[in-house]
Design a protein around this ligand. Structure first.
Ligand code: GUN
Ligand code: ZN
Length: 430
């Protein structure tokens, strides 16, 4: 069965940080997307496509904007229920709120409940793909991948590994258990349907060198997996890392020594970087994941998007929930804009939209399948109402250009702006 999904369709011709944003990101007014077997077949003018494909089921979204499904490139689904916990900075926030909540995932039924709740929240917010940390419990990984399988969502995830006494005992594994359990999960899930496994050491301060070494070896044995962790989020954390790894040249080196710095490595935050780290991350073609609502909420600092993009880094955009304060990638784009202003780079709405879709897909090295609306791509789509609240509508109506019309939704929009979400061409019920 073919389907035509009509609206104002966003397509990409290039990187809006390399060519003019309004040239790189095109908005085709009055267009329709033809979908067959969950993939995009073609895009054309609405009336032309209707005449050409009279049998196709017609989904008319009027003047709504149709964008690639949002891709949240770094999140912690187990932190769903403790999002917006008050008053702490990173290390105290982890100890006070995060670790006690993550301990609850020893209970598989609790993990199933949160995984389902979380993915439904994502779909309601127009996010069709997430790269998530789980907890040290292998059942927390099964819970998320099973919930994703039920929704046919492309989800990237992995068991969070921690074996140092800096983490509470109830949340510690060992170097060997981290290797064995991650390996068994890779064999069970990696490449099954839309599931992709990410080897997941939480961050250097909660792993021993032996654990990072074991996970580096595991990655070398399964090179098509991704690897996700955290890097240089807060200055206190960097000082802590220096104390725990006294011979390391810098924070990145604590990963580099163990084979964890190469293409397919996703470094969350990466704010306070040394020149050597910036150069080596680029040389190794690693991905930096910007988490703006988290960086302001936990008080971490300002990621320099303008500098990192002009150096040619792969940069994805992410919520980092529950460190981040929202499940919405629209809200995340707004926070990225605000941090851009504080770092002297006024990000164009076309750049923000591109980062939340193609940029994240590129960071995950999946831009051949995800992150744009083009023939052959998986048909994960988000439909956005550009007048979803009275406050947005009264501003949008004065707009003289399409980007002026889109920007109020970027800055002020949330799940109320998401009028439909399609996963592999099927409309998600949320
Ligand atoms: N660094 C290590 N673990 C975490 C986490 O759960 N959230 C954030 N924001 N930073 C971290
Ligand atoms: Zn994180």
């Amino acid at each position: 069965m073919e389907k035509l999904i009509a609206g104002q369709v966003v397509t990409y011709t290039g990187d809006p940080f390399e060519i003019p944003p309004e040239e790189a990101v095109q908005v085709l007014s009055d267009a329709a997307i033809l979908i067959r077997d969950g993939r995009v077949v073609s895009i054309g003018g609405r009336e032309h496509m209707r005449v050409k494909h009279p049998e196709a089921e017609f989904h008319d979204h009027g003047p709504a904007l149709i964008v690639p499904g949002f891709i949240d490139a770094h999140a912690h689904y187990p932190q769903t229920a403790m999002i917006a916990s008050w008053g702490k900075r990173l290390i105290d926030w982890l100890n006070s709120y995060t670790f006690p909540e993550e301990a609850k995932f020893a209970d598989r039924a609790y993990a199933d409940d949160i995984a389902a709740r979380y993915l439904d929240l994502l779909l309601a917010n127009g996010t069709t793909t997430v790269t998530s940390f789980c907890t040290i419990h292998p059942g927390s990984v099964d819970a998320l991948f099973e919930a994703a399988e039920q929704r046919n969502m492309r989800v990237i995830a992995g068991k969070t590994c921690m074996d140092r006494d800096t983490a509470p005992e109830m949340l510690r594994d060992t170097a060997k258990a981290a290797y064995d359990e991650s390996k068994a999960l890779i064999e069970r899930w990696h490449g099954k349907g839309r599931a992709v496994y990410a080897i997941t050491p939480r961050f250097s301060p909660t792993s021993t060198p032996a654990q990072l070494d074991a996970l580096g070896k595991l990655w070398a044995e399964h090179p098509s997996c991704l690897m996700q962790t955290h890097l240089s989020e807060q200055t206190d954390e960097i000082d802590w890392v220096k104390g725990l790894y006294p011979t390391a040249r810098d924070y990145l080196d604590t990963y580099e020594q163990f084979g964890l710095v190469r293409e397919g490595a996703l470094f969350g935050h990466a704010i306070h970087l040394e020149p050597r780290e910036i150069a080596h991350l680029k040389a190794m073609d690693c991905s930096l994941i910007h988490c703006p609502t988290s960086n302001t909420f936990i008080g971490s600092g300002l990621f320099d998007m303008g500098a990192r993009k002009s150096e040619g880094h792969r940069v994805g955009l992410a919520t980092d929930t529950g460190g981040g304060s929202s499940f919405s990638m629209l809200r995340t784009m707004a926070a990225a804009y605000e941090i851009g202003q504080l770092t002297h780079t006024a990000l164009h709405p076309a750049q923000l939209l591109w980062l939340a879709t193609y940029g994240s897909a590129q960071a995950l090295r999946m831009e051949d399948r995800l992150g744009s609306i083009a023939p052959g791509m998986e048909a994960d789509l988000t439909v956005i109402d550009l007048a979803s609240t009275s406050a947005i509508a009264q501003r949008a109506i004065r707009a003289e250009t399409i980007w002026e019309e889109i920007f109020p939704t970027v800055m002020m929009g949330d799940d109320r702006a998401i009028s439909a979400t399609y996963v592999m061409g099927e409309r998600a019920v949320v």
